[in-house]
Design a protein around this ligand. Structure first.
Ligand code: SF4
Ligand code: SF4
Length: 293
């Protein structure tokens, strides 16, 4: 092994050769904006600087003075790390909610709504009649936030519905993102414009009902296919802004409170779970604690 390492180093030196660089850049491509111009000013002026690798250039005065840190910022990150994303097939879907329940990144959202909303929908916006009694003229849409998907395939594996004519085709299937990206961005924009579902009309003792509850933990930087984050997302759906988390240090403190973005977020009233992390969990009186506001 040691000889092989020496050999690898010696071979590298033997094969070094000079590359003549062009004196000017000819490529005309431009990079997309780090974050949307719609993002809050802190995200545009501070978070985006860190995401762009220029965090060292920030003055200390740019950071909140009280040790708290703005939450709900992963939604602006749009990492686009997967070329494959799931596509929903409304005609096959039984609306069980399995796919959104297992998604580690809160990428799959569901809503039911009066069919009159579809009058303002983009052309081809997918929907199906809701599969439940007592909801006349009501449609169901399952929306994939394609730019936040990690391509882990868990949603497809969890989907129980198959095409009777083609066992390989499920009610949700991985497909290339590039051809549908702009269309799906428009669909997401419209989906977000529709009201959230009324919690009092949802039986959230069932997976099927939980899919309609707003997650207050979303788009974390946890590994693709993470088995832990669906539990946190479900807690945030069930308990909302009444959730208090004392986080020991580990994976969940890294993806849960990782700079520069934060997956814990708030509802429309600006209220969300309270989160704190003790770095030295066995020595609480010496602990470094950070908290989100
Ligand atoms: S592929 Fe993975 S990250 Fe993407 S929507 Fe499905 S479960 Fe979520
Ligand atoms: S798991 Fe399949 S059948 Fe269930 S809601 Fe998702 S796409 Fe529909």
């Amino acid at each position: 092994m040691v000889k092989q390492n020496y050999l690898a180093v010696d071979s590298t030196l033997l094969h070094l050769h000079e590359v003549t660089a062009k004196t000017r850049v000819s490529l005309q491509n431009t990079f997309p904006e780090i974050v949307s111009s719609q993002a809050p000013s802190f995200v545009r002026n501070v978070t985006a600087m860190m995401m762009d690798g220029h965090g060292d250039d920030l003055p200390v005065s740019a950071i909140p003075v009280d040790g708290t840190y703005p939450s709900g910022t992963t939604k602006w990150e749009k990492r686009n790390i997967s070329d494959l994303i799931p596509l929903w097939e409304p005609d096959l879907c039984i609306q069980c909610g399995n796919c959104s329940f297992v998604c580690p990144h809160s990428v799959i959202r569901s809503k039911f709504y009066h069919e009159e909303h579809l009058q303002q929908a983009p052309e081809g916006f997918p929907s199906a009649p809701i599969n439940a009694r007592g909801f006349p003229e009501t449609r169901y849409t399952l929306q994939v936030y394609v730019e936040d998907c990690t391509g882990c395939n868990l949603c497809v594996e969890a989907c129980p519905a198959h095409d009777p004519a083609d066992a390989e085709r499920k009610a949700i299937n991985m497909a290339a993102k590039a051809p549908v990206l702009e269309r799906e961005k428009e669909n997401i924009h419209f989906f977000e414009s529709m009201p959230l579902n009324d919690r009092t009309k949802i039986d959230y003792s069932l997976v099927r009902g939980v899919q309609f509850l707003e997650p207050l933990f979303e788009f974390s930087g946890a590994c693709a296919g993470c088995g832990e984050t669906p539990y946190l997302r479900t807690l945030s759906q069930l308990f909302g802004d009444r959730l208090i988390i004392a986080n020991a240090t580990g994976c969940s403190s890294i993806y849960g409170g990782n700079l520069p973005t934060t997956p814990w977020t708030t509802n429309a009233e600006g209220r969300g779970p309270a989160w704190s992390n003790s770095l030295l969990k066995t020595m609480p009186n010496l602990a470094w604690v950070c908290a989100f506001r």
